[in-house]
Design a protein around this ligand. Structure first.
Ligand code: FAD
Ligand code: DHB
Length: 389
């Protein structure tokens, strides 16, 4: 088989890249290790920046998002038992869209299938070859049969555990990492959300987040020690812990119900540099991870797709190669700023095992500043709604 761009991974970054390239007349093939059901079963991000909303619209896949998604003009920060609102719209003129990553993925798969895309699920043993030369190729196995795809470029959209970053020359690859000493235990529950907007809560017992997927589907998280096991958390224990960490009104009015999903995710900051190795590019989680505080993971994957699709469209259109050469540099400038914001929000809101009383007072003083100063609030809001591409 021959294609212009071989895409590894059918998560949001691989699918969005493929759709944008298709709309520009550029051919791609997507190889995904898992089944479609498995990919759609993963509950992940829920907050989309305006930039991603605009990209989904431009790619022609935004209709259901506008029908079913929830536009949020602000968020609430809770500390010392009181909630304080950050008004994104007033401070930045922008809003965010609450619409699950699962739904974004589903919309993209539907669009790709409607266009007869070459989308291969359960592709085993994907290997990347000769991307340091002019004629890269990719091999994989499907149903026991070996396949080869020749291509112009390879886009490694295969997440943190993918094969693309592992295939990069390790002598060139630099990685930067911080691992946090806690995780997030998250549940999905078919109950109305406790509040119209998200609540990010700092509490001595640990961070908590009240989020949602719709008016009838809530998503809640509590900070837990890294070695905690999901089995140790009955629904009852989860609701008790969550209610202790949020303000009294929210604790009194929250509607509790059985969880329909419950998982623990570790928190990590990670960046790989560079993101281009000859004719192979790293995109999204393959190149970087942020801790979830601040909802940047999916949005960063989308901004990489913005820079890469722009570069490939210029290459195939006018033949201009400058944007391809600068992909890594352009993407990384924005990535590091989102890494900084996610690290800052994580440090501001979580209880660290070795934190002193002084550290705790510093967190509260900073939260007080951020929620009482227009400048402080604007800095948070500007980052939360997404920095420009
Ligand atoms: P992925 O979504 O990881 O997609 C990569 C795809 O590549 C996967 O489908 C994978 O199966 C496939 N793949 C991997 N290896 C291979 C291979 N060798 N061959 C072929 N295919 C392969 N972000 C937020 O903003 N908010 C959140 O609440 C949030 N929660 C998260 C919870 C979890 C448990 C995780 C893991 C991430 C979470 N994120 C969250 C981050 C966000 O989901 C990611 O940033 C986003 O999924 C990145 O998209 P991606 O397409 O780059 O990577
Ligand atoms: C969600 C996750 C986040 O990390 C976040 O900051 C906001 C919302 C969510 O899953 O809904």
């Amino acid at each position: 088989m021959r294609t212009q761009v071989a895409i590894i991974g059918a998560g949001p970054s691989g699918l969005l890249l493929s759709q944008i390239l298709h709309n520009a007349g550029i051919d791609s093939v997507i190889l995904e290790r898992k089944s479609l059901d498995y990919v759609l079963g993963r509950i992940r991000a829920g907050v989309l920046e305006q930039g991603l909303v605009d990209m989904l619209d431009a790619a022609g896949v935004g209709a259901r998002m506008h029908r079913e998604g929830l536009v949020h003009d602000g968020t609430e920060l809770c500390f010392n038992g009181t909630r304080h609102r950050i008004d994104f719209k007033e401070l930045t003129g922008k809003t965010v869209m609450v619409y699950g990553q699962t739904e974004v993925t589903r919309d993209l798969v539907d669009a790709r299938r409607a266009a007869d895309a070459k989308l291969v699920y359960e592709a085993e043993d994907v290997e990347l070859h000769d991307f340091d030369g002019d004629s890269p190729w990719v091999t994989y196995r499907k149903d026991g049969v070996e396949h080869r795809i020749d291509c112009d470029f390879i886009a490694g959209c295969d997440g943190y555990h993918g094969v693309s970053r592992a295939s990069a020359p390790q002598s060139v690859l630099k990685t930067f990492e911080r691992v946090y000493p806690f995780g997030w235990l998250g549940i999905l529950s078919e109950t109305p959300p406790v509040s119209e907007e998200l609540i990010y809560a700092r509490h001595e017992r640990g961070f908590a987040l009240c989020s949602m997927r719709s008016h009838v589907l809530s998503r809640y998280y509590v900070q837990v020690p890294l070695d905690d096991k999901v089995e140790a958390w009955s629904d009852e224990r989860f609701w008790d812990e969550l209610r202790r960490r949020i303000d009294q009104k929210a604790a009194d009015t929250i509607v509790m119900g059985p969880s329909i999903e419950k998982t623990i995710a570790p928190l990590r900051s990670f960046v790989a540099e560079p993101m281009k190795f000859g004719r192979m590019f790293l995109v999204g989680d393959a190149a970087h991870i942020v801790p979830p505080t601040g909802a940047k993971g999916l949005n960063l994957a989308a901004s990489d797709v913005h820079y890469l699709s722009e570069a490939l469209i210029a290459h195939y259109g006018s033949g201009e190669g400058e944007l391809i050469e600068r992909y890594s540099e352009n993407a990384l400038r924005r990535i590091w700023k989102a890494e900084r914001f996610s690290w800052w929000m994580t440090n501001l809101m979580h209880t660290f095992p070795d934190a002193s009383g002084f550290d705790g007072r510093m967190q509260v003083a900073e939260l007080d500043y951020v929620t009482s100063s227009k400048t402080g609030a604007a800095a948070l809001a500007e980052n939360y709604v997404g920095l420009p591409y």
